[in-house]
Design a protein around this ligand. Structure first.
Ligand code: PNW
Length: 448
């Protein structure tokens, strides 16, 4: 056994990072439009106003995907493009855009995987309190209903949320992502519980409206990698710990309520007094069965057992290879991350993001040579294959990203794409790694 015969080889993007057309055809503003338009928030002072101009160039982008043999495309829907005020009137032109995109994908036999929320909350809802407003899960339910009714005849795979850890941790705690807030633990818990409820309501709506639907929830994760065989248990336990100070960025705070119907005891012991009111009904809603877990894995942290039997993080040695954004290259994070998640939750897994930023440029020969990315992907995919052979139920892999794009607070300074984007001309050039990925797909990973 290696990768399953029907393994899903994909590429991923997100609306705000590629679409552009930020105020065209009736689209409303999102918190990211507002954030990038305020001075000094983004590294290179850039915005997503134009980004990769995918809104106008989606046909070319889908064609490139087809040429690379990509079987599935994970993209997100911009809530404020189809509901400019977040609730209320539907913007038909927004629906038309996603219909056209979906139809174009299906024309080439590319399976759409839709993320409902990849961080671009409608600004109008933000002004009413955003995720802190207890009505937000009803707004999300309405938005999901419109998505399900509009696209559910053709889209069968949905991811409700992308990386709650990052949009809450960076956006509402550290303040370096939109909307740029630094809230208290009490408020962060309230936001998180509202996100959980919004997820639950979306699951309910999708099950009711979309025949044969498959639903997942995607988390950001930096897996604990045991330094030696003696450290496996320590690594696994520390990976799922969720105590004071780290709950937003943890894994179990997000997945335990969804899969087990219960917030971790460790969390409730630490925060029971400030946790928002939660009813048995809430927990039933939140834990409606899902079909898969999405893991976004870029790096790992090495863990050993210290003299007291506790977990100790061991920094990578000086000179350890890193990507352009500065993240340590730890290929075995794909093995341990998938194994530990499968051990704990027993659900099918998709890698919904993996990839690297590199200092890519156009060479004299007009091509983009990125041997480091090929090496990175090769090493990571070998570890994923090892995990599948070891028994974890791994259904697919989405490379981040299809295109170089707007990397949030880092602007356009990081290039994660398998396709290079020359922003001044919007010209696309498939990188060497894109052609390499094509051969991996053709061979279902047997040539790794
Ligand atoms: C993810 N970190 O974000 C997102 O889902 C993508 O939109 C993003 O472009 C991609 O990873 C690459 O960054 C992350 O600092 C952003 O640990 C930051 C971190 C992790 C994930």
């Amino acid at each position: 056994m290696s990768f399953r015969k029907d393994f899903v080889w994909g590429a991923a993007t997100a609306a705000y990072q590629i679409e552009g057309a930020f105020d065209e055809d009736g689209k409303g503003r999102s918190i990211w439009d507002e954030f990038t338009h305020s001075e000094g928030k983004i590294y290179d002072n850039s915005t997503g106003d134009i980004a990769c101009d995918h809104y106008h160039r989606y046909k070319e982008d889908v064609k490139l995907m087809a040429e690379l043999g990509i079987k599935a495309y994970r993209f997100s829907i911009s809530w404020s493009r189809i509901l400019p005020e977040g609730t209320g009137a539907v913007n038909q032109k927004g629906i038309d855009f996603y219909n056209d995109l979906i139809n174009e994908l299906l024309k080439y036999g590319i399976e759409p995987y839709v993320t409902l929320y990849h961080w671009d909350l409608p600004y109008a809802l933000h002004l009413k309190g955003g995720w802190l407003n207890d009505d937000i899960s009803d707004c999300f339910e309405l938005y999901t209903t419109i998505v399900a009714e509009s696209f559910g005849d053709r889209v069968k795979n949905f991811i409700t949320f992308n990386e709650p850890q990052i949009f809450i941790g960076f956006g509402y705690s550290e303040g370096n992502h939109a909307p740029g807030h630094s809230l208290s633990d009490k408020e962060l818990l309230r936001i998180s519980h509202n996100v959980h409820k919004a997820h639950g309501k979306a699951v309910r709506v999708l099950r009711e409206n979309v025949r044969d639907v498959k639903i997942g929830f995607t988390i950001a994760t930096t897996p604990s990698v045991p330094l030696s065989d003696k450290d496996i248990e320590t690594a696994e336990n520390s990976y799922f710990s969720c105590g004071k100070g780290n709950f937003v960025f943890s894994e179990s705070f997000w997945l335990d309520p969804i899969v087990f119907g219960k917030y971790p005891d460790e969390l409730m012991n630490a925060y029971g007094d400030i946790f928002p009111e939660k009813s048995a009904e809430d927990m039933k809603l939140i834990s409606a069965p899902i079909d898969f877990i999405g893991l976004n894995i870029y790096t790992g942290k090495l863990v050993k057992t210290d003299e007291n039997g506790s977990a100790e993080i061991v920094p990578c040695p000086a000179g350890h290879p890193r990507t352009a954004i500065g993240w340590d290259i730890v290929p075995s994070s794909l093995f341990w991350g998938t194994k530990f998640h499968y051990d704990r939750y027993g659900l099918p897994i998709y890698i919904t993001e993996n990839g690297m930023s590199a200092h890519d440029c156009i060479s004299l020969d007009g091509k983009v040579h990125d041997p480091n990315r090929i090496d990175y992907l090769n090493r990571y995919l070998l570890e994923l294959k090892k995990s599948a052979e070891n028994g974890a139920d791994i259904r697919g892999y989405f490379q981040w990203s299809l295109l170089d794009n707007f990397e949030w607070a880092k602007g356009y300074s990081e290039r994660f794409g398998m396709i290079f984007v020359d922003y001044p001309t919007q010209k696309r050039i498939v990188k060497d790694s894109g052609y390499w990925y094509k051969t991996v797909i053709e061979n279902n990973g047997e040539n790794l």
